[in-house]
Every structure is written in C-alpha cells, then in structure tokens.
Design a binder for this molecule. Structure first.
Ligand code: 173
Length: 320
C-alpha cells in the first residue's frame, strides 16, 4: 500500500512504544574491514539486528570519510554520533585517553575498581562523550624495524609513531615522526622511516609485511580501541535504545581478551611465514625494555595530566 502521507507507514510500523527509529552516524578511525575495525563492525551488526525499528547505526566508513586524528573532534562536536577509535588519536582533546594502553588489569576489573569511572568522568568533561566498550585488549604493541638492532638502544633510528609510542621510543634514543596508519606503507617504501610502532596484529592489513624485516620482541602495553558515543546523542535515546547499545557493548568488551589471545597467536605464525624475522632481547634486557615502556608511558601521562595521572596509574597498573 502506498501511504497517503509520506512517512506515515514507517511511523505506524515503529516500535510498540510509539517512538520513531533513531539513526546514529558512525565512523571508524581504522580502515574498513581490517583488524581494528572488525570488532566494531560486529558491534554495528548486532545493534542493527537487535534494534530493528528502534535504532539503526549508519556506518559511513573509515579514514576515507574522516582522517583518524579528526575523529575525536567530530565526535565531540556531534558531527558524528558514534566512533570506533583509540585514545592516541584524540590526545589533543583528552591526553588521559592514551593511558588506556597502560592498563594491566582486565576491563571487568577496571569497571569495578573505579578505573573506568575515573576515565568516564574525563570523557564527559573533555570529549562530551560516553565510553561504551573497549573492543580491543590483550593485544601488545611491538617495534618493527628494517635495520637490525642488538639491544634496547634506538639511537640513530627514525621511527613512525603515534602518541602511544612517543615517550618510550624517545627514551630509548629514537627520532620519531607521527603518521596516521594510512601513511605507514609509503613512509617505509620511501625509506622516510626505519621502522614503526604497531600492535602484534594488523601488519598485513595494509601490506606492511612487504616492507618489514624485523619484529622486536617482547611486546609492550595493551592496545585499546573503543566505541564512543556523543553525550547529546546518548541523552536523546530512550531506555530501550540505550539498552540495545549497552548489550552489544557488553558483549563486545567481554569477547575482546579471548578474541585477541587467538588473533595474536595466529598473527605471530603468519609473520614468521611471511619472512618477518624476530629480534629477541635476552631476559634481562627484555624486562628492562618493558619496565622502561611503562615508566616512560606513565611519566608522559602524568606530565600532561598531573592532577589525574597518578590516580589512573594506581587504578590501571598491576597490583604490586
Ligand atoms: O600505531 C597506531 O596507529 C596506534 O596508535 C594504534 C592504536 C591501537 C591499535 C592500533 C594502532
């Protein structure tokens, strides 16, 4: 039947509560259908199945739609409603967001011990956002290089970074240059950089395996990618709509640790098979390397956020 009044049918078919379907605009800071967007794409699918007639996410895409380092301000300003992004990409607005990389406790514990609440307050204040779910965890970062190194001394190396690696790599003597993931391949190809920081997974997504000789072990930190929603967009939702997002968020966050445990293993084998060699430090150098990573990381957070940094450190670091 053709509706006499356009839109009337849709209105009549809307959910039992009588509310109209709400559409939320979403972007990801990582290339579509790659490692760090896939968990978010699953989140969207779940919301759109569960939310039929009530709530729909309109996925407008990745870095082609919006540069990764602009996702934070687009979310804050309400240009987009939902973002899949890592804290390092919006430190310009919220330096504390980069502290997620330093968590040594699972999110379930951080949601109980006040760690989540402390961050949520900063998200509300500085990003005008609600932190819905961490979809990536238990996924260490590594240094990848094209020149061999014999120990944790990076003097003379020029490395591609984001804020995640800046303080650590500089503390080890490296020169650093920040780029979005989309510029890494060209930087390697042209020899603009001697290596880069990146997690254990995702090296194949943009073809970097073709331009990578060595992975340095051990890894350090825990990569974080999360779903955020603009606070005004969140406030406009009714309880049924919020519950659809809460359910998919909870499910995604609960899956992350086991999912990445499996992916990390697969990816190590795949890198080896692709000819990426491992540079492995001895036990003592390895412990010193990881200790320095956390030291430099927390010093950086506390320098940028002297008021909140120490409290986050207490809540995020391993109980000692
Ligand atoms: O290296 C990066 O671009 C980065 O900071 C990051 C963070 C989380 C997941 C993947 C990459």
């Amino acid at each position: 039947m053709k509706p006499v009044v356009p839109g009337l049918c849709a209105l009549l078919l809307a959910n039992a509560a009588g509310a109209q379907e709400v559409t939320l605009k979403a972007v990801t800071a990582f290339a579509e259908k790659t490692t760090y967007s896939r968990p978010f794409e699953r989140f969207i699918d779940r919301v759109n199945v569960d939310g039929r007639g009530i709530l729909r996410i309109n996925y407008v895409g990745g870095p082609k739609a919006l540069p990764p380092f602009e996702v934070g301000s687009a979310l804050k300003g309400g240009v987009i409603d939902i973002a899949n992004v890592t804290g390092a990409f919006y430190t310009n607005l919220m330096p504390e967001a980069d502290a997620w990389k330093l968590t040594e406790r699972p999110m379930a514990e951080l949601r109980r011990n006040g760690g989540y609440d402390a961050m949520a307050a900063i998200y509300a204040q500085k990003l005008n956002a609600v932190f819905l779910a961490r979809l990536v965890d238990n996924n260490p970062f590594h240094l990848y290089v094209n020149k061999p190194i014999s120990g944790p001394d990076l003097t003379g190396l020029k490395l591609r970074i984001t804020p995640v690696y800046r303080d650590f790599f500089q503390a080890l003597g490296a020169t650093v240059v920040q780029t979005a993931p989309g510029e890494v391949y060209t930087a390697l190809e042209r020899g603009v950089v001697d290596g880069y920081g990146w997690p254990i997974t995702g090296v194949f997504d943009l073809g970097w395996n073709e331009r990578t000789k060595y992975r340095v072990d051990p890894g350090f930190y825990s990569a974080e990618v999360s779903v955020l929603i603009n606070r005004n967009s969140w406030s406009r939702l009714n309880e049924a709509q919020k519950n659809i997002l809460r359910k998919a968020a909870e499910q995604g966050e609960a899956e992350a640790v086991a999912e990445f445990a499996a992916e990390n293993e697969r990816e190590i084998k795949r890198q080896t098979a692709a000819g990426i060699e491992t540079i492995r430090f001895g036990d003592e150098a390895a412990s010193a390397y990881v200790a320095k990573a956390y030291q430099a990381g927390w010093d950086g957070i506390i320098r940028l956020s002297p008021a909140t940094g120490p409290k986050l450190k207490e809540l995020f670091q391993k109980a000692r």
